[in-house]
Design a protein around this ligand. Structure first.
Ligand code: CP3
Length: 356
C-alpha cells in the first residue's frame, strides 16, 4: 500500500515467525515443524560437546553451551521451532529440591515422602536460581530473529511430582500412587507448591524471550480418569491460568504421553493447542478436540527409522488430516537417541515442501 511504501524501515511491521502465526490460528502457507527433544542425544554435534561438558547440568546451565545445543538442530535442519535446551527438573533446586542426572539411568532425587520434607519446599526466585535460563532464551531470540519461533517449556506438577516422590524415572509409579491413596493431602500440598512455582517460572521464560510455552504432563496418562481429575487437571489449570493472566497472547501447548483416552479432558485445560501422541489419528484428534483447538504432532518417532518413502507417506497423511488450521507438525514424543540425522532432516524437508 501507499502508506507502507512511504514508511521507514522501522515503521514497517516485521512479520512474526511461521510457528507463532500458526499457533495463533492465522492462515499460513504450510505447517511449521520441529521435533520434541530435537536438541540433544540424536545429534553427533551434541555428542561431541558431551566430551567437553560431561554432565547434563553443565550443558544446560552454562548459557553459551545450552544456546549452542539449542541451535544445533536449527542449523542442521532449519526447524521452525527452537526449543530451550534444559529439562523439566531444572527449576527444582530453586524450590529446595536438588537433583542430578546420570547419563545412563536418568534423573536422581532424594525422594520426598513426608510432611516435614514437603514443608521444606518453597517459592523460587527465578532470576536468582535460573539466570542461565533467562540468558539462553534471550540469546536464542537474538540468534534466530524472526526466522524461527523460540519455545520455552515446563513440566506440570503431577509429572514433576512423579520424579520427586519416586526419586527417579518409573514404570509403575507405585510410590506416588501409594501417597495418592494413603495420604492424598500430602501429595496435594506438594502439587500446589509446584503449581505456584511453575506458573511463575513459565512467565519468567516468556519475559526472557520465549514466544510459545509447551507444558509437559508426560506421565499423567498413567492415571485413571478419576485420579487425573483430582491430581493432574486442577494443577495444570492453575499453571495455565497463571500464564494466561500475565501473558494472554502467548500460545500454550499441552503434551501428555499416551493421551488417547484424555483428549476431551486436555481440551478443557485452558491450553491453546494439544500435542497428540501417535495412538490416535490426527483426524480423530481434531474431531474429538473440537474445531477451535490447535493440534501438534503426531508422527511415531520410530517411523524415522523407516525407508524415506514411508516417512513421506505417513507425514503427509498427518498433514492432510491436520486440515491446514492451527497445526504444528511434530513427532508424537521425543526423537529417539539412535535416529539417523539424515532421516530427521528428510522429515523436516518433507514438511517444509508441503503446501496447503
Ligand atoms: O520426554 C518428555 O515426555 C518431555 C518431558 C520431559 C523432559 N524431561 C523434557 C526435556 C521429561 C518427562 C523429562 C524427564 C527427563 N529428564 C528424562 C526422561 C526420563 C524418563 O523418566 O523417561 C531424562 C532422560 C532427563 C534428563 C535429560 N533431559 C537429558 C539427559 C537431556 C538431554 C539429552 C536428551 O536429549 O535426552 C534432556 C533434555 C530435555 N528434556 C529437553 C526437554 C524438552 C531438551 C529440549 C529438546 O531437545 O527438546
Amino acid at each position: 500500500t501507499a502508506t507502507k511504501a512511504g514508511a521507514s524501515a522501522a515503521d514497517q511491521q516485521v512479520e512474526e515467525p511461521l510457528l507463532l502465526r500458526a499457533a495463533r490460528g492465522e492462515k499460513v502457507e504450510r505447517p511449521p515443524v520441529w521435533m520434541m527433544r530435537q536438541a540433544g542425544r540424536h545429534m553427533s554435534a551434541y555428542r561431541e560437546l558431551v566430551k567437553k561438558y560431561p554432565t547434563f547440568r553443565e550443558r544446560s546451565e552454562i548459557p553459551d553451551v545450552s544456546t549452542e545445543i539449542s541451535l544445533q538442530p536449527w542449523e542442521a535442519y532449519k526447524t521452525d521451532g527452537v526449543i530451550l535446551f534444559s529439562d523439566i527438573l531444572t527449576p527444582l533446586p530453586g524450590m529446595g529440591v536438588e537433583f542430578t542426572i546420570e547419563e545412563k539411568t536418568g534423573p536422581k532425587i532424594k525422594p520426598i515422602r513426608t510432611w516435614e520434607a514437603v514443608k521444606q519446599m518453597h517459592l523460587m526466585d527465578c532470576m536468582q536460581t535460573c539466570p542461565f535460563v533467562h540468558q539462553t532464551l534471550s540469546d536464542l531470540r537474538k540468534e534466530v530473529g524472526n526466522q524461527a519461533t523460540v519455545l520455552g517449556f515446563v513440566g506440570l506438577p503431577y509429572t514433576l511430582a512423579t520424579y520427586i516422590v519416586e526419586g527417579q524415572s518409573s514404570k509403575e509409579y507405585l510410590e506416588i500412587k501409594k501417597m495418592m491413596f494413603q495420604e492424598p493431602a500430602l501429595l496435594q500440598q506438594m502439587l500446589s507448591v509446584l503449581a505456584d512455582n511453575i506458573g511463575e517460572y513459565a512467565c519468567f521464560q516468556i519475559d526472557a524471550g520465549a514466544q510459545v510455552i509447551q507444558v509437559f504432563d508426560s506421565w499423567a496418562g498413567h492415571l485413571s480418569p478419576a485420579d487425573y481429575d483430582i491430581f493432574a487437571a486442577p494443577y495444570q489449570r492453575q499453571v495455565i491460568e497463571k500464564i494466561k493472566a500475565k501473558h494472554p497472547t502467548v500460545p500454550i501447548i499441552i503434551y501428555i504421553n499416551k493421551s488417547g483416552a484424555l483428549l476431551e479432558r486436555m481440551a478443557q485445560s485452558g491450553a491453546d493447542m494439544v500435542s497428540l501422541d501417535w495412538t490416535v489419528t490426527m483426524e480423530e484428534g481434531r474431531r474429538r478436540l473440537g474445531s477451535e483447538m490447535g493440534v501438534q504432532g503426531n508422527l511415531d518417532p520410530a517411523i524415522l527409522y523407516a525407508p524415506k518413502e514411508v516417512i513421506k507417506e505417513r507425514a503427509e497423511q498427518i498433514l492432510r488430516e491436520g486440515k491446514g488450521y492451527k497445526h504444528v507438525m511434530n513427532l508424537g514424543h521425543g526423537i529417539e537417541a539412535t535416529t539417523p540425522e539424515e532421516n530427521a532432516k528428510f522429515f523436516i524437508d518433507t514438511v517444509k515442501a508441503w503446501r496447503y
